[in-house]
Write a protein that binds this ligand. Structure first.
Ligand code: HEM
Length: 428
Protein backbone atom coordinates (compact mmCIF):
# COMPACT_ATOMS: atom_id res chain seq x y z
CA UNK A 1 0.00 0.00 0.00
CA UNK A 2 1.46 3.35 -0.97
CA UNK A 3 1.59 5.40 2.19
CA UNK A 4 3.70 8.38 3.09
CA UNK A 5 7.08 7.48 4.52
CA UNK A 6 7.49 8.38 8.21
CA UNK A 7 11.13 7.30 8.38
CA UNK A 8 13.40 9.92 9.99
CA UNK A 9 17.13 9.23 9.75
CA UNK A 10 18.59 10.38 13.08
CA UNK A 11 22.34 9.96 12.75
CA UNK A 12 24.77 11.08 10.07
CA UNK A 13 25.33 7.48 8.94
CA UNK A 14 21.58 6.91 8.59
CA UNK A 15 21.22 10.07 6.47
CA UNK A 16 24.23 9.05 4.36
CA UNK A 17 22.82 5.57 3.74
CA UNK A 18 19.29 6.89 3.14
CA UNK A 19 20.52 8.91 0.15
CA UNK A 20 22.36 5.92 -1.32
CA UNK A 21 20.47 2.73 -0.40
CA UNK A 22 17.30 3.53 1.55
CA UNK A 23 16.97 0.00 2.92
CA UNK A 24 16.31 1.11 6.52
CA UNK A 25 13.56 3.39 5.16
CA UNK A 26 12.00 0.49 3.22
CA UNK A 27 12.12 -1.75 6.30
CA UNK A 28 10.59 0.98 8.45
CA UNK A 29 7.80 1.74 5.99
CA UNK A 30 7.01 -1.92 5.27
CA UNK A 31 7.43 -3.58 8.67
CA UNK A 32 7.20 -0.89 11.33
CA UNK A 33 4.79 1.78 10.18
CA UNK A 34 2.86 -0.30 7.65
CA UNK A 35 -0.89 0.45 7.96
CA UNK A 36 -2.54 -2.86 8.89
CA UNK A 37 -6.26 -3.50 9.45
CA UNK A 38 -7.04 -3.25 13.17
CA UNK A 39 -9.20 -6.39 13.20
CA UNK A 40 -6.82 -9.18 12.09
CA UNK A 41 -7.37 -12.38 14.09
CA UNK A 42 -4.83 -15.06 15.03
CA UNK A 43 -5.17 -16.76 11.64
CA UNK A 44 -3.17 -13.83 10.27
CA UNK A 45 -0.15 -14.77 12.37
CA UNK A 46 0.68 -17.79 10.22
CA UNK A 47 2.50 -15.79 7.55
CA UNK A 48 5.06 -14.74 10.14
CA UNK A 49 5.17 -18.28 11.54
CA UNK A 50 5.85 -19.61 8.03
CA UNK A 51 8.69 -17.16 7.53
CA UNK A 52 10.15 -18.39 10.82
CA UNK A 53 9.80 -22.03 9.68
CA UNK A 54 11.65 -21.30 6.45
CA UNK A 55 14.54 -19.69 8.34
CA UNK A 56 14.72 -22.64 10.79
CA UNK A 57 14.78 -25.17 7.94
CA UNK A 58 17.59 -23.31 6.17
CA UNK A 59 19.70 -22.86 9.29
CA UNK A 60 19.39 -26.44 10.55
CA UNK A 61 19.72 -27.77 6.99
CA UNK A 62 23.00 -25.97 6.32
CA UNK A 63 24.60 -27.46 9.46
CA UNK A 64 23.16 -30.93 8.73
CA UNK A 65 24.70 -30.75 5.24
CA UNK A 66 28.12 -30.29 6.86
CA UNK A 67 27.86 -33.82 8.26
CA UNK A 68 25.60 -35.61 5.79
CA UNK A 69 27.12 -37.64 2.90
CA UNK A 70 25.01 -37.88 -0.29
CA UNK A 71 26.27 -41.29 -1.33
CA UNK A 72 24.14 -44.39 -1.64
CA UNK A 73 26.43 -46.46 0.57
CA UNK A 74 27.08 -43.75 3.19
CA UNK A 75 23.92 -41.62 3.41
CA UNK A 76 22.06 -43.84 5.89
CA UNK A 77 25.12 -44.20 8.15
CA UNK A 78 25.93 -40.49 7.97
CA UNK A 79 22.45 -39.71 9.34
CA UNK A 80 23.03 -42.15 12.22
CA UNK A 81 26.43 -40.49 12.73
CA UNK A 82 24.65 -37.13 13.04
CA UNK A 83 22.21 -38.64 15.54
CA UNK A 84 24.83 -40.29 17.74
CA UNK A 85 28.22 -38.60 17.35
CA UNK A 86 27.78 -35.02 16.17
CA UNK A 87 27.36 -32.57 19.05
CA UNK A 88 23.69 -31.63 19.22
CA UNK A 89 23.23 -33.53 15.95
CA UNK A 90 20.08 -35.25 17.23
CA UNK A 91 18.57 -31.83 17.96
CA UNK A 92 19.49 -30.46 14.55
CA UNK A 93 18.04 -33.45 12.76
CA UNK A 94 14.84 -33.69 14.78
CA UNK A 95 14.27 -29.94 14.49
CA UNK A 96 14.69 -30.18 10.72
CA UNK A 97 12.47 -33.26 10.33
CA UNK A 98 9.74 -32.08 12.70
CA UNK A 99 10.18 -28.58 11.24
CA UNK A 100 9.07 -29.85 7.83
CA UNK A 101 5.81 -31.09 9.37
CA UNK A 102 5.27 -27.86 11.30
CA UNK A 103 5.89 -25.92 8.07
CA UNK A 104 3.09 -27.86 6.34
CA UNK A 105 0.68 -27.54 9.29
CA UNK A 106 1.23 -23.77 9.13
CA UNK A 107 0.93 -23.52 5.35
CA UNK A 108 -2.35 -25.47 5.24
CA UNK A 109 -3.86 -23.24 7.96
CA UNK A 110 -2.53 -20.18 6.09
CA UNK A 111 -4.17 -21.31 2.85
CA UNK A 112 -7.51 -22.20 4.48
CA UNK A 113 -7.51 -18.75 6.10
CA UNK A 114 -7.05 -17.23 2.64
CA UNK A 115 -9.85 -19.40 1.24
CA UNK A 116 -12.30 -18.55 4.05
CA UNK A 117 -11.77 -14.80 3.93
CA UNK A 118 -11.47 -14.56 0.13
CA UNK A 119 -7.93 -13.17 0.35
CA UNK A 120 -7.28 -14.38 -3.22
CA UNK A 121 -9.89 -12.05 -4.70
CA UNK A 122 -8.95 -8.87 -6.56
CA UNK A 123 -6.56 -7.16 -6.13
CA UNK A 124 -4.66 -10.05 -4.48
CA UNK A 125 -4.63 -12.62 -7.33
CA UNK A 126 -0.87 -12.44 -7.92
CA UNK A 127 -0.22 -12.78 -4.19
CA UNK A 128 -2.33 -15.96 -4.19
CA UNK A 129 -0.73 -17.41 -7.33
CA UNK A 130 2.72 -16.82 -5.83
CA UNK A 131 1.41 -18.77 -2.82
CA UNK A 132 0.43 -21.70 -5.05
CA UNK A 133 3.91 -21.65 -6.65
CA UNK A 134 5.43 -21.56 -3.15
CA UNK A 135 3.34 -24.61 -2.22
CA UNK A 136 4.61 -26.50 -5.27
CA UNK A 137 8.23 -25.68 -4.46
CA UNK A 138 7.67 -26.63 -0.81
CA UNK A 139 6.27 -29.99 -1.89
CA UNK A 140 9.25 -30.64 -4.18
CA UNK A 141 11.71 -29.59 -1.47
CA UNK A 142 10.13 -31.77 1.22
CA UNK A 143 9.96 -34.77 -1.10
CA UNK A 144 13.66 -34.45 -1.99
CA UNK A 145 14.63 -33.96 1.65
CA UNK A 146 12.78 -37.11 2.67
CA UNK A 147 14.82 -39.14 0.20
CA UNK A 148 18.15 -38.15 1.78
CA UNK A 149 18.32 -40.55 4.80
CA UNK A 150 18.15 -43.34 2.18
CA UNK A 151 15.95 -45.56 4.33
CA UNK A 152 13.33 -47.95 2.96
CA UNK A 153 10.60 -45.29 2.74
CA UNK A 154 13.02 -42.77 1.20
CA UNK A 155 14.05 -45.18 -1.49
CA UNK A 156 10.60 -46.47 -2.35
CA UNK A 157 8.98 -43.06 -2.25
CA UNK A 158 11.53 -41.89 -4.82
CA UNK A 159 10.88 -45.02 -6.87
CA UNK A 160 7.09 -44.54 -6.86
CA UNK A 161 7.09 -40.80 -7.52
CA UNK A 162 9.78 -40.74 -10.24
CA UNK A 163 8.00 -43.64 -11.94
CA UNK A 164 4.93 -41.42 -12.32
CA UNK A 165 6.67 -39.75 -15.23
CA UNK A 166 6.76 -43.07 -17.07
CA UNK A 167 2.99 -42.64 -17.54
CA UNK A 168 3.92 -40.34 -20.44
CA UNK A 169 4.65 -43.55 -22.38
CA UNK A 170 0.88 -43.71 -22.89
CA UNK A 171 1.09 -40.52 -24.98
CA UNK A 172 4.39 -41.06 -26.81
CA UNK A 173 5.78 -44.58 -26.40
CA UNK A 174 9.27 -44.40 -24.90
CA UNK A 175 9.04 -40.76 -23.83
CA UNK A 176 8.17 -41.54 -20.21
CA UNK A 177 10.82 -44.24 -19.84
CA UNK A 178 13.50 -41.99 -21.34
CA UNK A 179 12.51 -39.16 -19.02
CA UNK A 180 12.55 -41.38 -15.92
CA UNK A 181 15.97 -42.82 -16.76
CA UNK A 182 17.26 -39.29 -17.33
CA UNK A 183 15.95 -38.25 -13.89
CA UNK A 184 17.46 -41.37 -12.26
CA UNK A 185 20.83 -40.96 -13.96
CA UNK A 186 20.77 -44.70 -14.61
CA UNK A 187 18.42 -47.62 -15.07
CA UNK A 188 17.07 -47.56 -11.51
CA UNK A 189 16.95 -45.26 -8.51
CA UNK A 190 20.53 -45.16 -7.20
CA UNK A 191 23.59 -43.11 -6.26
CA UNK A 192 23.31 -40.53 -9.06
CA UNK A 193 19.62 -40.01 -8.17
CA UNK A 194 20.47 -39.41 -4.53
CA UNK A 195 23.21 -36.95 -5.43
CA UNK A 196 20.97 -34.81 -7.61
CA UNK A 197 18.13 -34.91 -5.07
CA UNK A 198 20.57 -33.59 -2.47
CA UNK A 199 21.78 -30.82 -4.76
CA UNK A 200 18.23 -29.67 -5.52
CA UNK A 201 17.14 -30.01 -1.89
CA UNK A 202 19.88 -27.53 -1.00
CA UNK A 203 18.95 -25.17 -3.84
CA UNK A 204 15.15 -24.97 -3.60
CA UNK A 205 14.87 -23.37 -0.13
CA UNK A 206 16.72 -20.35 -1.51
CA UNK A 207 14.29 -20.23 -4.43
CA UNK A 208 11.59 -20.23 -1.74
CA UNK A 209 13.21 -17.23 -0.07
CA UNK A 210 12.97 -15.33 -3.37
CA UNK A 211 9.36 -16.38 -3.89
CA UNK A 212 8.44 -15.37 -0.33
CA UNK A 213 9.95 -11.92 -0.89
CA UNK A 214 7.80 -11.52 -4.01
CA UNK A 215 4.80 -12.85 -2.05
CA UNK A 216 5.25 -10.19 0.65
CA UNK A 217 5.83 -7.51 -1.97
CA UNK A 218 2.59 -8.52 -3.69
CA UNK A 219 0.89 -8.37 -0.27
CA UNK A 220 2.18 -4.89 0.52
CA UNK A 221 0.86 -3.33 -2.69
CA UNK A 222 -2.87 -3.79 -1.83
CA UNK A 223 -2.21 -4.36 1.90
CA UNK A 224 -3.74 -7.08 4.06
CA UNK A 225 -7.22 -8.40 3.67
CA UNK A 226 -9.07 -8.83 7.00
CA UNK A 227 -11.94 -10.89 8.49
CA UNK A 228 -14.62 -8.56 7.09
CA UNK A 229 -13.14 -8.58 3.59
CA UNK A 230 -13.81 -4.82 3.42
CA UNK A 231 -11.04 -2.46 2.34
CA UNK A 232 -9.47 0.06 4.73
CA UNK A 233 -11.40 3.33 4.29
CA UNK A 234 -10.27 5.68 7.02
CA UNK A 235 -7.22 6.09 9.23
CA UNK A 236 -9.22 4.55 12.11
CA UNK A 237 -9.49 1.24 10.27
CA UNK A 238 -5.72 0.64 10.45
CA UNK A 239 -2.98 0.48 13.07
CA UNK A 240 0.79 0.50 12.47
CA UNK A 241 2.25 -2.99 12.09
CA UNK A 242 4.64 -2.33 14.99
CA UNK A 243 3.97 -2.73 17.91
CA UNK A 244 0.43 -4.07 17.40
CA UNK A 245 1.14 -7.02 15.11
CA UNK A 246 4.77 -7.64 16.02
CA UNK A 247 3.47 -8.40 19.53
CA UNK A 248 0.54 -10.49 18.29
CA UNK A 249 2.77 -12.42 15.84
CA UNK A 250 5.39 -12.88 18.57
CA UNK A 251 2.86 -14.31 20.99
CA UNK A 252 1.41 -16.69 18.38
CA UNK A 253 4.90 -17.79 17.40
CA UNK A 254 5.68 -18.60 21.04
CA UNK A 255 2.61 -20.83 21.30
CA UNK A 256 3.51 -22.47 17.98
CA UNK A 257 7.02 -23.08 19.33
CA UNK A 258 5.56 -24.93 22.34
CA UNK A 259 3.89 -27.39 19.97
CA UNK A 260 7.05 -27.60 17.85
CA UNK A 261 9.17 -28.28 20.97
CA UNK A 262 6.69 -30.85 22.27
CA UNK A 263 7.18 -32.88 19.09
CA UNK A 264 10.96 -32.40 18.94
CA UNK A 265 11.56 -33.38 22.57
CA UNK A 266 8.77 -35.85 23.32
CA UNK A 267 7.65 -37.42 20.04
CA UNK A 268 10.27 -36.68 17.36
CA UNK A 269 9.40 -39.75 15.30
CA UNK A 270 5.65 -39.62 15.77
CA UNK A 271 5.01 -37.95 12.41
CA UNK A 272 7.50 -40.13 10.51
CA UNK A 273 7.45 -43.78 9.43
CA UNK A 274 9.38 -46.47 11.32
CA UNK A 275 10.49 -48.13 8.06
CA UNK A 276 12.75 -45.21 7.31
CA UNK A 277 15.06 -46.52 10.05
CA UNK A 278 15.64 -49.58 7.82
CA UNK A 279 18.45 -49.10 5.32
CA UNK A 280 17.27 -48.75 1.68
CA UNK A 281 16.96 -52.15 0.03
CA UNK A 282 16.22 -52.18 -3.72
CA UNK A 283 15.41 -55.90 -3.51
CA UNK A 284 12.64 -55.61 -0.94
CA UNK A 285 9.51 -53.49 -1.36
CA UNK A 286 7.93 -52.42 1.98
CA UNK A 287 4.38 -53.82 2.49
CA UNK A 288 2.84 -50.31 2.49
CA UNK A 289 4.55 -47.41 0.79
CA UNK A 290 3.09 -44.26 2.34
CA UNK A 291 4.30 -40.70 1.96
CA UNK A 292 4.66 -38.23 4.83
CA UNK A 293 1.30 -37.13 6.29
CA UNK A 294 1.30 -33.78 4.49
CA UNK A 295 1.22 -35.49 1.08
CA UNK A 296 -1.55 -37.96 1.92
CA UNK A 297 -4.51 -36.03 0.39
CA UNK A 298 -2.64 -35.74 -2.92
CA UNK A 299 -1.61 -39.39 -2.73
CA UNK A 300 -5.27 -40.38 -2.21
CA UNK A 301 -6.24 -38.42 -5.34
CA UNK A 302 -3.45 -40.10 -7.34
CA UNK A 303 -4.59 -43.59 -6.34
CA UNK A 304 -8.30 -42.86 -6.71
CA UNK A 305 -7.99 -42.80 -10.51
CA UNK A 306 -7.64 -46.28 -12.04
CA UNK A 307 -5.64 -45.06 -15.04
CA UNK A 308 -1.97 -44.22 -14.31
CA UNK A 309 -1.68 -41.23 -16.66
CA UNK A 310 -5.02 -39.79 -15.56
CA UNK A 311 -4.04 -40.29 -11.91
CA UNK A 312 -0.92 -38.21 -12.50
CA UNK A 313 -2.98 -35.59 -14.34
CA UNK A 314 -5.46 -35.46 -11.41
CA UNK A 315 -2.57 -35.14 -8.95
CA UNK A 316 -1.08 -32.12 -10.72
CA UNK A 317 -4.55 -30.69 -11.45
CA UNK A 318 -5.43 -30.79 -7.75
CA UNK A 319 -2.69 -28.21 -7.12
CA UNK A 320 -2.88 -26.37 -10.45
CA UNK A 321 -6.60 -25.67 -10.04
CA UNK A 322 -5.84 -23.69 -6.88
CA UNK A 323 -4.22 -21.02 -9.05
CA UNK A 324 -7.57 -20.46 -10.79
CA UNK A 325 -9.54 -19.85 -7.57
CA UNK A 326 -9.48 -16.03 -7.91
CA UNK A 327 -11.55 -16.45 -11.09
CA UNK A 328 -13.59 -19.46 -10.01
CA UNK A 329 -15.05 -17.59 -7.04
CA UNK A 330 -17.80 -15.35 -8.44
CA UNK A 331 -19.03 -13.99 -5.11
CA UNK A 332 -19.32 -10.22 -4.74
CA UNK A 333 -18.17 -10.28 -1.14
CA UNK A 334 -14.80 -11.62 -0.03
CA UNK A 335 -15.36 -13.00 3.43
CA UNK A 336 -17.26 -16.27 3.99
CA UNK A 337 -18.56 -14.62 7.18
CA UNK A 338 -21.21 -12.93 5.01
CA UNK A 339 -21.89 -15.96 2.81
CA UNK A 340 -24.59 -18.14 4.44
CA UNK A 341 -24.94 -20.44 1.45
CA UNK A 342 -21.23 -20.93 0.80
CA UNK A 343 -20.21 -21.43 4.45
CA UNK A 344 -21.36 -25.09 4.81
CA UNK A 345 -19.69 -25.90 1.49
CA UNK A 346 -16.45 -24.41 2.80
CA UNK A 347 -16.53 -26.73 5.81
CA UNK A 348 -17.42 -29.65 3.55
CA UNK A 349 -14.30 -28.84 1.53
CA UNK A 350 -12.14 -28.80 4.68
CA UNK A 351 -13.66 -32.15 5.69
CA UNK A 352 -12.94 -33.49 2.19
CA UNK A 353 -9.25 -32.58 2.48
CA UNK A 354 -9.02 -34.25 5.91
CA UNK A 355 -10.88 -37.34 4.66
CA UNK A 356 -8.53 -37.60 1.66
CA UNK A 357 -5.62 -37.36 4.10
CA UNK A 358 -7.02 -40.27 6.12
CA UNK A 359 -7.75 -42.35 3.02
CA UNK A 360 -4.30 -41.69 1.54
CA UNK A 361 -2.84 -43.67 4.45
CA UNK A 362 -5.12 -46.69 3.91
CA UNK A 363 -4.77 -49.49 1.38
CA UNK A 364 -6.24 -48.48 -2.01
CA UNK A 365 -8.98 -51.12 -2.03
CA UNK A 366 -12.61 -51.77 -1.01
CA UNK A 367 -14.51 -49.01 0.79
CA UNK A 368 -11.35 -46.95 1.25
CA UNK A 369 -10.96 -46.69 -2.49
CA UNK A 370 -14.68 -46.04 -2.95
CA UNK A 371 -14.64 -43.09 -0.55
CA UNK A 372 -11.33 -41.81 -1.93
CA UNK A 373 -13.10 -41.57 -5.28
CA UNK A 374 -16.11 -39.76 -3.81
CA UNK A 375 -13.94 -37.21 -2.01
CA UNK A 376 -11.63 -36.75 -5.00
CA UNK A 377 -14.71 -35.97 -7.06
CA UNK A 378 -15.96 -33.48 -4.47
CA UNK A 379 -12.54 -31.79 -4.26
CA UNK A 380 -12.82 -30.85 -7.93
CA UNK A 381 -16.59 -30.29 -7.87
CA UNK A 382 -16.16 -27.82 -5.03
CA UNK A 383 -13.55 -25.74 -6.81
CA UNK A 384 -14.88 -25.99 -10.36
CA UNK A 385 -18.66 -25.98 -9.81
CA UNK A 386 -19.68 -25.04 -6.24
CA UNK A 387 -17.48 -21.94 -6.07
CA UNK A 388 -18.67 -20.34 -9.33
CA UNK A 389 -22.34 -21.36 -8.97
CA UNK A 390 -22.86 -20.50 -5.29
CA UNK A 391 -21.23 -17.12 -5.85
CA UNK A 392 -23.80 -16.36 -8.56
CA UNK A 393 -26.96 -17.50 -6.79
CA UNK A 394 -26.22 -16.49 -3.21
CA UNK A 395 -27.42 -13.24 -1.61
CA UNK A 396 -24.69 -12.28 0.83
CA UNK A 397 -25.49 -10.90 4.28
CA UNK A 398 -25.13 -7.19 4.82
CA UNK A 399 -21.49 -6.25 5.38
CA UNK A 400 -20.52 -3.65 8.02
CA UNK A 401 -19.97 -0.06 6.90
CA UNK A 402 -16.29 -0.17 7.78
CA UNK A 403 -13.72 -2.21 9.65
CA UNK A 404 -14.10 0.17 12.61
CA UNK A 405 -17.90 -0.24 12.60
CA UNK A 406 -17.40 -3.99 12.75
CA UNK A 407 -14.92 -3.77 15.62
CA UNK A 408 -17.26 -1.45 17.54
CA UNK A 409 -20.20 -3.77 16.91
CA UNK A 410 -22.03 -1.40 14.58
CA UNK A 411 -22.78 -4.11 12.05
CA UNK A 412 -24.88 -3.25 9.05
CA UNK A 413 -23.81 0.35 8.61
CA UNK A 414 -22.63 -0.37 5.13
CA UNK A 415 -25.98 -0.13 3.43
CA UNK A 416 -27.79 -2.85 1.66
CA UNK A 417 -25.76 -5.68 0.26
CA UNK A 418 -24.97 -6.58 -2.43
CA UNK A 419 -25.19 -3.49 -4.68
CA UNK A 420 -23.75 -0.97 -2.27
CA UNK A 421 -21.35 -3.38 -0.64
CA UNK A 422 -17.86 -2.07 -0.99
CA UNK A 423 -16.50 -5.47 -0.03
CA UNK A 424 -15.07 -6.71 -3.27
CA UNK A 425 -14.47 -3.95 -5.78
CA UNK A 426 -13.78 -6.29 -8.65
CA UNK A 427 -16.27 -6.97 -11.39
CA UNK A 428 -17.70 -10.41 -11.86
C1 HEM B 1 6.82 -20.43 2.60
C2 HEM B 1 5.52 -20.29 2.62
C3 HEM B 1 4.81 -18.97 2.85
C4 HEM B 1 5.24 -17.87 3.55
C5 HEM B 1 6.56 -17.68 4.30
C6 HEM B 1 4.18 -16.89 3.48
C7 HEM B 1 4.25 -15.63 4.07
C8 HEM B 1 3.18 -14.76 4.15
C9 HEM B 1 3.13 -13.59 4.99
C10 HEM B 1 4.28 -13.10 5.92
C11 HEM B 1 1.91 -13.02 4.83
C12 HEM B 1 1.36 -11.80 5.59
C13 HEM B 1 0.83 -12.23 6.94
C14 HEM B 1 -0.40 -13.13 6.86
O1 HEM B 1 -1.37 -12.77 6.21
O2 HEM B 1 -0.37 -14.24 7.45
C15 HEM B 1 1.19 -13.78 3.85
C16 HEM B 1 -0.08 -13.50 3.37
C17 HEM B 1 -0.78 -14.25 2.44
N1 HEM B 1 -0.39 -15.47 1.93
FE1 HEM B 1 1.35 -16.42 2.33
N2 HEM B 1 3.13 -17.39 2.74
C18 HEM B 1 3.47 -18.66 2.35
C19 HEM B 1 2.69 -19.53 1.60
C20 HEM B 1 1.44 -19.23 1.06
C21 HEM B 1 0.63 -20.11 0.27
C22 HEM B 1 1.01 -21.55 -0.09
C23 HEM B 1 -0.51 -19.42 -0.08
C24 HEM B 1 -1.69 -19.86 -0.93
C25 HEM B 1 -1.67 -20.73 -1.87
C26 HEM B 1 -0.42 -18.10 0.50
C27 HEM B 1 -1.38 -17.10 0.38
C28 HEM B 1 -1.37 -15.91 1.07
C29 HEM B 1 -2.41 -14.89 0.99
C30 HEM B 1 -3.69 -14.95 0.13
C31 HEM B 1 -2.05 -13.84 1.86
C32 HEM B 1 -2.82 -12.56 2.13
C33 HEM B 1 -3.54 -12.71 3.42
C34 HEM B 1 -4.52 -11.64 3.76
O3 HEM B 1 -4.12 -10.49 3.95
O4 HEM B 1 -5.69 -11.99 3.88
N3 HEM B 1 0.78 -18.02 1.18
N4 HEM B 1 1.98 -14.86 3.46
Amino acid sequence: MAHESTYKPNTGIERWLDERLPLPRAMHDQFVDFPTPRNLNYLWTFGGILTFCLVVQIMTGIVLAMHYVPHESMAFDSVEHIMRNVNWGWLLRYTHAVGASMFFIAVYIHMLRGLYYGSYKAPREVLWILGVIILLVMIATAFMGYSLPWGQMSFWAVTVITNLFSSLDAIIPGLGTTLVEWIWGGFSVGGPTLNRLFSLHYLLPFVLVGLVLLHIWALHVPGNNNPTGIDIKTKDDAVPFHPYYTVKDGFALSVFLLLFAAFVFYAPNYLGHADNYIRANPLQTPPHIVPEWYFLPFYAILRAIPDKLMGVVALFASIGVLALIPWLDTSRVRSTRYRPLYKPFFYLFVFTCLALGYLGAQAAEGWYLFFARIFTAYYFIHLLIVMPVVGLIETPKQTPGSITDDVLGKAGGGGPTPEAAPAAPEKR
